[in-house]
Ligand binder design. Structure first.
Ligand SMILES: Cc1cc2nc3c(=O)[nH]c(=O)nc-3n(C[C@H](O)[C@H](O)[C@H](O)COP(=O)(O)OP(=O)(O)OC[C@H]3O[C@@H](n4cnc5c(N)ncnc54)[C@H](O)[C@@H]3O)c2cc1C
Length: 419
């Protein structure tokens, strides 16, 4: 069997090395658009901010591939797939045949059409090569466009390097897809407390500079700067799949075995549209744990061990300086379009904050800052079990606290929610 994997990221490597463990004879080829062994994109902001060494971003060494008889081909961006002849064509014009193909090429940075975005001094932090350029840049004042997790982590890193940092967010609050306003407002206060300027509800109109960045102009102000970081989100790569006639939606569509609509082609990681493990809804959670689990399912199916993907789950954290926050499931805003009885449970203890989103008395999401984040596992358990939270609250209020009348998880859950 000749297995060709497109993408040398988290998902592609997991497939390659898992298949090799079970099949010593398969020919395994990874086609990589980059020219380095596997690295962890999550560590890039830490490398940028000097918190981890360049060598520590790598998850594998070049020799690991040869040692496992995996052929890693650098600078081989795949441009098209022909399922009839079972070949892929790379940017260098090479045609490579496959028996089984895995699409694991992740997502692309969304580049907004802002005039001046081509100026020198405009960077991103999604891939290693770009981050290396940003790390080597000797700037003093940076504007970060976008306040998602990558934007906030890049802002922290640049602040650590001594930059004056400005974050511009188009939406009403920072980290808008991960947190509700009440949680994000507290995180924004923390961020500004560390000296990072945050402007929400503001749109970048243009990047000024005749070749090199000199300022960013928003609808409300002009910020002089020598550095811009574009952190406006990651869009799943679907163009390549479409060259093969594979069904796509927001991402590449797959079944529970993670097969695409075209025979012998699987997909996993940030490029796929999958389902929410809790709700069964279509979902795009571009997170590392989901990429790894999907890749494990793909590898098992390829090696003849039937496996079914149970779905992705939204669990992310926001961490900067000494502030820790975590989020899972749906935000309150994400439930706006759903009918049903909606409630919010909030708890606050100094800088620690907990916000739990209930739909028909069941937990569908939660956000926490500080010590409350330690208890998120209990909430996620209750979400999976579909516990009736109001029933638990009523039981806990009726019967004396402690003792055998309360099961241990219910006692812990009740205490966390303040019942
Ligand atoms: C700065 C940053 C911080 C993050 N922090 C977190 C975090 O804290 N927690 C978390 O869970 N997730 C985090 N993520 C997301 C996480 O890194 C991704 O979910 C994960 O890397 C997805 O793995 P993947 O293999 O699908 O894609 P990737 O790891 O992106 O790998 C895809 C690979 O395919 C290559 N490629 C693309 N197109 C082609 C082509 N046509 N031909 C050949 N190769 C191609 C790319 O160059 C890349 O090497 C972060 C991401 C970034 C960028």
């Amino acid at each position: 069997m000749k297995l060709v994997i497109i993408g040398n990221g988290i998902a592609g490597n997991q497939v390659a090395f898992d298949v090799r463990k079970k099949d010593k004879n398969a020919e395994i080829v990874i086609l990589s658009a980059e020219n380095v062994p596997e690295y962890d994109p999550c560590s890039l902001p830490y490398y940028l901010g000097g918190e981890c060494r360049h060598a520590d971003v790598f998850r594998r060494k070049p020799g690991d591939y040869a040692a496992s008889s995996i052929d890693l081909v650098y600078d081989s961006q795949v441009l098209s797939i022909d399922p009839e002849s079972k070949t892929v064509t790379t940017r260098t014009g090479e045609n490579i045949s496959y028996d089984t193909l895995v699409l694991a090429h992740g997502g692309d940075l969304f580049i907004p059409p802002i005039p001046g975005i081509d100026n020198q001094g405009v960077f991103s932090c999604k891939q290693l090569a770009e981050t290396e350029k940003l790390a080597a840049h000797n700037g003093r004042s940076a504007v970060v466009i976008g306040s998602g997790a990558i934007g906030i982590e890049a802002a922290e890193a640049l602040k650590r390097k001594g930059y004056a940092v400005y974050v511009i967010e188009l939406m009403d609050w920072i980290l808008p897809s991960l947190f509700d306003e009440a949680t994000a407002g507290r995180l924004e206060t923390e961020l500004t407390g560390y000296g990072i300027h945050v402007f929400t509800k503001e749109k970048v109109i243009k990047i000024k500079g005749a070749g090199t960045v000199t300022a960013v102009v928003t609808n409300l102000r002009t910020i002089d700067c020598d550095t811009v970081v574009v952190a406006t989100g990651v869009v799943p790569g679907t163009a390549l799949a479409r060259t093969a006639g594979i069904d796509t939606g927001r991402g590449i569509q797959v079944n529970r075995q993670l097969q695409t609509s075209v025979p012998d082609i699987y997909a996993c990681g940030d490029c796929v549209e999958t389902i929410d493990a809790c709700t069964g809804e279509t979902a795009m959670f571009q997170l590392k744990h989901n990429a790894i689990e999907q890749a494990q399912v793909v590898a098992r199916n390829i090696t003849g061990e039937p496996a079914r993907y149970l779905g992705a789950y939204a669990f992310a954290r926001a961490h900067f300086f000494s502030t820790h926050a975590a989020t899972f499931g749906k935000t309150q805003r994400a439930t706006d379009c759903i009918l049903g009885d909606k409630r919010i449970i909030e708890r606050e203890d100094g800088k620690n904050y907990l916000r739990v989103v209930l739909l028909n008395n069941q937990i569908v999401g939660g956000q926490a800052i500080g010590t409350f984040a330690d208890g998120l596992g209990l909430l996620i358990g209750a979400m999976w079990r579909k516990d009736d939270i109001m029933e638990i609250a009523a039981k806990m209020r009726k019967t004396p606290k402690g003792g055998a009348v309360h099961s241990w998880p219910m006692l812990r859950l009740g205490n966390l929610l303040g019942f």
